[in-house]
Design a protein around this ligand. Sequence first.
Ligand code: PHE
Length: 345
Amino acid sequence: MNEKYIDELLEKINNLKAQGEQEIEELRVKLLGKKGEVTHLFEEFRTVPPEQKKLFGQKLNVLKNNALAKIEALKESLADSQQGNAASGQLDLTMPGDKMELGARHPISITREEIISIFKKFGYTVAEGPEIEDDWHVFGALNFPPEHPARDMQDTFFIDNHDENKILLRTHTSSVQVRSMERMELPIRVICPGRVFRNEAISARAHCIFHQVEGLYIDRNVSFADLKQAILLFAQEMFGPDTKIRMRPSYFPFTEPSAEVDVSCNICKGKGCNICKGTGWLEILGCGMVDPAVLEASGIDSKEYSGFAFGMGIERIAMLKWQVNDLRHYFENDVRFLREFETVI
Ligand code: PHE
């Protein structure tokens, strides 16, 4: 048995061309038929000395498989070209086209754009930043003490938990506010929309991925009254001119004082219903005056400047606006749900 002959035959097979059905069948017989070249080699294989059986066995198997595959490929391309010819012969240019299904914008996109356009009217610009962040921009610069529970694996997805400055998926877009403070000239007025990640079990009311819009305003003499007015104007643009707000004291490491903001329920007009659980109020965001330590961490003189910050979940606002009762609808992309937003611009 001759090694070179087998190699040459393999190359020949790989380069074979055949057109008609008959030509392909002839090729098949010539290679794999009873008296075919490949079949003949397999017969000859019986006489190969035992120490060469492995080498030639492998080579012959490759040869046979390639021959079979080649014949199949030739048959397929013949079928394809026949189909093509038939189709072009029957082409009817007067047939009506297929109806194109129009998509709808996702409710999260609609809500995000609405929030952004309201704050743009107030003079805010949009800032964006990375979803994969370091510990400094998500926690350190925001005055989170080292032992804060948010820094726990249970709340945060870490990518690299070993270094001094850990790498993680941002848990809020406050990280973009830190980047804005580091980079921008004062005064600063930015909103930071984006996707955030928290290590939560998925349910109707929680998800491990969601979207936020956070805002930051830093200038000389910014006061809590400015914050209150900005939030009131936003709430009235978003939920209607009669909307009222109330603030409850709260805590965030990066703001002092901090507050949680509720809006009057736009469904029952404050009378009490299922959505507001009979209270007449719906919680929409967290906010507060930027802690001087946070300003200083980003190199801003806290004796000269002050500021406020706020942050809200887009899913939460969208749920209140359209009374969606399960957060998971936003991520499953069931067209029956998405179609409901077709008429919303
Ligand atoms: N970063 C906070 C959160 O993700 C929201 C917030 C932003 C609160 C700014 C106060 C000020 O929950």
